[in-house]
Write a protein that binds this ligand. Sequence first.
Ligand code: NIG
Ligand code: FE
Length: 424
Amino acid sequence: MELSAKKVDLLITGIGELATAEGDALAGGAALGRVVRISDAAIAIEGERIVAVGAEAEVRAGFEAEVTLDASGKLVIPGLIDAHTHPVFAGTREDEFEMRLSGKSYVEIAAAGGGIASSVRGVRESSKDALIAQLLVHLDRFLALGSTTVEAKTGYGLTLKDEMKCLEAIREAGEQHPVELIPTFLGAHDYPQEFKDRKPDYVDLLIEEMLPAVAESGLAEYADIFTESHVFGIQDSRRIMTRASELGLRLRLHVDQLTPLGGAELAAELGADSADHLECISEEGIAALGEAGVVPMLCPLVPLFIGQKEEAPGRAMIDAGLAPAVATDFNPGSCYVQSMPEALSWAALRYGMSAAECLVAGTLNAACSLRRGDYLGTLEVGKQADVIITDLPRLEHITYELGRSPVSVVIKRGRVVYERGGAA
Ligand code: NIG
Ligand code: FE
């Protein structure tokens, strides 16, 4: 007797190569490059979940669907996860890009009233609806570039009212758009202009008023800080982030980006979920992240964009057994790039990471850095059906092809949410 195939909502067939990490835990050291590759594969999806993955003949024997998507013999990967972005802003800063090309540094531009302060002016002048409209444009681009989950930081409001406006914009845009957003409060991004002559008062304001109100609102899952010599030093960062943690917020930290301050050690001490940037991390910092199991969040496009000569020692971290993720750090100042495929290519070129290592860093490890490895980051039975159909022939092309989007179709929570019209 022939067993009848189970009816499901969607079958993706004709997958030339399916490439995915496995499991729900961080993959570090040699395990970073461990990717399952299946030729002539198919995926069965029921509701928001994957119910079968494997050789097409086997999947077809077990499942049939009303809707079948043909991947045309191309590479299929999990939805990319961009675990470090600053997408809530108004106005762009291309003049600073030009100033850097003529020799001004990122910190000099900030000291002259540009930098973060200029984006703060833009956000304070914008209504919530205007911020939402702009954020939705950014989300469309993320999706078209294959990012199905995006961590979204505030940090250009720097008053409780303006930071809450940004958090509400993230919540409301997330409700209207398929990209899954994870909200992070970055009130400690810089000292606002009105506190420039009394910086300790802003630290007190963060600790006594802003963090408690943000935690109470339930609008942020994470707190973040710019720990850097011209912004928040180690002692203030420890005070602010300890308070955030006591209030129930999880932690991510911008550390050791422009100067070696020991921020990675602080992120380890605080039990942060990620330590981000790390261009100037020390040997001790690498060891500390490893011992504490903190995810190094590599942002390889940023030194390129701001003309910084130091780059994160990505390969040394992997050799030390760490489990990095790779992110864009999309923001108007230090990286106006939304493309995870581009970030992965630069991780390959600058850190010597293989395509397989880059894939894991941009999917499973990124998911784990957001404590979402249980349902995101791989193409496996039981996981959320976040799937990218590319126009690439095989995994190695994900890093090999720079400067264009390889994304043909995006499936988020089991639904087709993006289809490219023509050639990229
Ligand atoms: O991640 N490092 C701090 N924050 C951003 C830059 C923000 C800006 O310049 O607007 C970053 O590089
Ligand atoms: Fe950043």
